[in-house]
Design a binder for this molecule. Structure first.
Ligand SMILES: Cc1cc2nc3c(=O)[nH]c(=O)nc-3n(C[C@H](O)[C@H](O)[C@H](O)COP(=O)(O)OP(=O)(O)OC[C@H]3O[C@@H](n4cnc5c(N)ncnc54)[C@H](O)[C@@H]3O)c2cc1C
Length: 442
């Protein structure tokens, strides 16, 4: 690995990776292993590793390494792999925009060049040319403003991820008595973290009648510490002058509106918001790369290529993952595909495509487009809309059932995967297939 090296503005890269989190690291490493030799990772932070650096709990890497690692330990494994390569790394460097190629390649066998605009204190503003780009910018948290909680605006309201960074990286405990809105994984993990640091967590409040987090996190972060989970509840008022003093919580009805007369008041000094993550796609949007309104990430083919040839995307910027192991897997696919794109002389334009859309009970599917090749297996990720017991997942074309899969249980907080074989899709090339999920009853 070379840091801030060799960045000659006139020598095009084979691959520039935007973001040095687990997705960016795995993509760059895979591209190097597949034979690319001019690869650059651009990371705006002062270190590689992305969000993993602040996740000091364990539970990372079970699928990937068969080991229970902390976030920094997991990141370190990939940083070490990248360090063994000649991949260049630009830290403290922000990508300002991505400019897809507009002109065809000058020479036969060459690829048209995309441009990446970046800025850093050390090197100023630069524009680098590259044959491929992997977008791996991760995601960010929704903030209080995005969901509009009523009440005054005292200090003491944080997003759960910001609080996690303060506690785990800056050594600053954000409050002594907290309430957490949202039972996604970050909210659950922060309930345990605050408790371990000596704070009292009054409750985790969740609008939906079920938690948005992994089951293991509900057990290990709430049940083990006696922290109540108030399902179908929300915060209806935050009170306080300079600092949060009280929070009012009420039950919600089936229409998600607060039910009058069910209010409970908690004396707390801190509110943590864990109300969802949004893929960080400003660069993607500015580059006019088509986005899927359901995932809020780029529309991708089975190899994680976006709808702009030579630009790939992976990790949380494409779909919000709950397990980093699947981020690495997806990123390795993207990195290897970027290498194959650089090395290939054939166009994929003539290969037939099937479109994949979510049907009943499914909120999104990824990839949205599959190029049908014999002998190829595509792993499709999706999430269900509500918790389900014994259920059937069905791939269909109109009224024709193509393939079914069974599950004992599924929940929106846990990403699901099914594998589709090229042979099963070949008959439907050029058409649209639907993936749906239904509870089967006893
Ligand atoms: C609180 C929390 C707990 C978690 N717990 C677990 C767990 O127990 N087990 C598990 O397996 N997974 C867990 N995860 C999930 C896992 O950490 C994520 O899925 C994974 O880190 C996503 O990787 P990524 O590379 O896509 O994004 P990130 O890690 O967010 O990395 C994106 C990187 O891109 C950089 N970047 C963004 N924009 C630019 C730009 N314009 N220019 C340059 N750089 C840019 C960012 O600085 C960042 O470093 C947890 C996540 C969180 C937040």
């Amino acid at each position: 690995m070379q840091t801030q090296a060799n960045m000659q503005q006139n020598t095009p890269y084979e691959l520039i990776v935007v973001g040095g989190g687990p997705a960016g690291l795995a993509a760059a490493n895979a591209a190097w292993q597949a034979g690319l030799r001019r690869v650059l990772i651009v990371e705006r932070d002062r270190e590689l590793g992305g969000i993993l650096n602040q996740c000091i709990h364990n539970g990372f890497g079970l699928h990937r390494f068969g080991d229970q690692l902390t976030g920094p330990e997991y990141a370190e494994r990939y940083e070490n792999m990248v360090a063994e390569t000649g991949v260049e790394v630009a830290l403290d460097t922000m990508v300002l925009s991505v400019e897809p190629a507009t002109a065809p390649a000058l020479d036969v066998g060459e690829k048209p060049l995309h441009h990446v605009h970046l800025i850093s204190q050390a090197e100023g503003y630069r524009v680098l040319a590259t044959q491929t780009i992997v977008l791996a910018m991760g995601c960010r948290e929704r903030t209080r403003g995005a969901i509009g909680i009523p009440g005054t605006r005292p200090a003491g309201v944080y997003t759960a991820g910001a609080a996690q960074r303060y506690i785990n990286m800056e050594g600053y405990l954000v409050g002594k008595r907290a309430i957490i809105l949202g039972s996604g994984d970050i909210g659950l993990i922060m309930a345990r973290r605050m408790t371990l640091e000596g704070a009292k967590v009054a409750a985790v409040v969740e609008l939906m009648p079920y938690s948005g987090g992994l089951s293991r996190n509900i057990v290990q972060c709430l049940d083990d510490f006696g922290i109540p989970l108030l399902l179908a509840h929300t915060i209806v008022d935050i009170r306080g002058h300079r600092r949060v003093e009280q929070v009012v919580v009420a039950e919600v009805g089936p229409d998600n509106k607060p039910v009058a007369g069910t209010e409970q008041t908690f004396d707390v000094d801190t509110v943590l918001l864990s109300v969802g993550l949004l893929p960080e796609n400003e660069l993607t949007r500015q580059a006019n790369i088509p986005l899927d309104p359901r995932t809020r990430g780029a529309v991708v083919f089975e190899d994680m290529q976006t709808q702009v040839p030579g630009i790939f995307a992976c990790g949380n910027v494409v779909q919000v993952h709950d397990l980093v192991d699947f981020v690495s897997q997806e990123a390795e696919l993207a990195g290897a595909a970027a290498a194959a794109y650089v090395q290939s002389t054939d166009s994929t334009e003539s290969i037939s495509v099937v479109e994949l859309t979510p049907g009943e009970g499914v909120s999104y599917v990824l990839p949205q487009r599959i190029r049908v090749r014999d002998g190829q297996t595509t792993s499709v990720s999706f999430r269900v809309r509500k918790p389900m017991g014994r259920s059937q997942i069905c791939l269909s074309a109109g009224d024709t059932e193509i393939k079914t899969f069974r599950r004992q249980r599924m929940a929106p907080g846990e990403m699901e995967h099914v594998k589709l074989r090229g042979a099963d899709l070949a008959l439907y090339a050029g058409g649209t297939l639907r993936l749906s999920a239904q509870e089967m009853g006893e």
